[in-house]
Design a binder for this molecule. Structure first.
Ligand SMILES: C[S@@+](CC[C@H](N)C(=O)[O-])C[C@H]1O[C@@H](n2cnc3c(N)ncnc32)[C@H](O)[C@@H]1O
Length: 339
């Protein structure tokens, strides 16, 4: 097959280049550190955010844990499913919950870190985990009556290819659940968004993380995602909610101690999400198989591969990393631990 017919932004040849392999190994390193405790501690799982999400997605006032905000309606209205596929399943926490709730007897998954996260992964005979890079995935057509993308599409580059593969792989009555970060690529929030935060929280100082600090494939094309999802699936949408345009940049750019403002943060988020005045950072959508012509991918040049995946670091950051990994770094750490 030629390059164009595969509809890739990044080709398999470019995926063998140093910048891709570096981002790939960072992604695997980050994946191997994820466990349930760490996930619970994450600031996007602040209790006020969980309560707010439950209200936005599930319509309830109770703060759900275990993704029940969207799993509840799936179970009530759409179960059981016979053959499920989850893309980028991480440690398998969502898949385990879906099986426990009787939504699907078995779930197959494809995960980049499958071989390195064995120790932290949730073991379940009903979850079949396969290692693979989704950017180049080839799925069997008309095979799955449920496909789940829970926090994975925003880590992918070949989005046009992957969304088309997903659609082809759905059975005629198949369902696709998408739950994703859809805000600015690499968390480089727009001025409009930051102006709103500054206006509502003058007491807080916001710092957008520098581009080079957002590593691996984190949010590598997230800014393109919502448009692509809509192009492919909006005609066959069963349910859709978008939110998070305020709370996500807040937890990303303000200090953890500023989370004392979280109740107000989510109130403002709700107002902006409902008015549509700013674009959302999160989207949850339940879709059916569509009949769209695949959106055409814009091929990345080799220079773009490098600048997107290996952005330039300032000299001070390079120096501090050198010191951290050197003998001097060891000495400094020991002195700090003694004091
Ligand atoms: C934010 S985590 C979400 C994990 C899981 N879905 C959850 O909700 O707990 C993103 C996952 O996507 C996986 N991933 C990232 N890029 C991938 C790729 N190119 N192919 C396959 N998996 C990938 C990562 O290893 C990680 O497990």
């Amino acid at each position: 097959m030629d390059k164009q017919s595969l509809n890739y932004s990044i080709t398999p040849e470019q995926a063998a280049s140093k910048p891709y392999l570096k981002a790939f190994s960072e992604e695997i390193m980050l994946g191997s550190l994820l466990n349930l405790k760490e996930l619970e501690k994450s600031r996007i799982n602040h209790p006020d955010i969980l309560t707010y999400k439950s209200k936005m997605i599930g319509g309830g006032e109770k703060a759900y844990t275990h993704y029940a905000d969207w799993i509840d309606f799936l179970i009530t209205d759409y179960s059981p499913r016979t053959r499920g596929l989850s893309l980028g399943s991480g440690i398998g926490r969502v898949e385990k919950y879906l099986i426990e709730q009787g939504f699907s007897e078995k779930i197959e998954t494809i995960e980049l870190c499958a071989n390195v996260n064995k120790k932290i992964r949730i073991n379940d005979a009903m979850i079949n985990v396969q290692q693979g890079d989704l950017n180049f995935i080839q799925l069997s057509p008309n095979t799955y009556d449920f496909i789940l993308c829970h926090g994975v599409l925003h880590h992918l580059i070949n989005l046009e290819h992957v969304l088309t593969q997903i659609n082809n792989a759905l059975t005629e009555d198949g369902l696709l659940l998408i739950y994703e970060y859809v805000g600015e690529t690499r968390w480089q929030f727009s001025k409009d968004r930051m102006d709103i935060l500054d206006k509502h929280f003058p007491e807080v100082s916001f710092n957008i993380p520098p581009r080079w600090k957002v590593g691996g494939f984190e949010s590598v094309r997230s800014g393109d995602l919502l448009n692509l999802i809509n192009t492919c699936f909006s005609e066959n949408c069963e349910r859709s909610v978008s939110y998070g345009g305020i709370y996500f940049p807040f937890v990303t750019c303000a200090k953890a101690s500023d989370d004392i403002h979280m109740k107000r943060v989510v109130e403002i988020d709700e107002a902006f999400s409902k008015s549509g005045e700013i674009s959302p950072c999160y989207h949850m959508g339940l879709y059916r198989k569509g009949s769209f012509s695949p959106p055409l991918a814009k091929p990345w040049s080799d220079d773009k591969v490098k600048s997107e995946l290996e952005p330039a670091k300032p000299f001070s950051a390079k120096l501090s990393q050198r010191v951290k990994t050197s003998y001097l770094g060891d000495v400094l750490r020991k002195i700090k631990n003694l004091s």
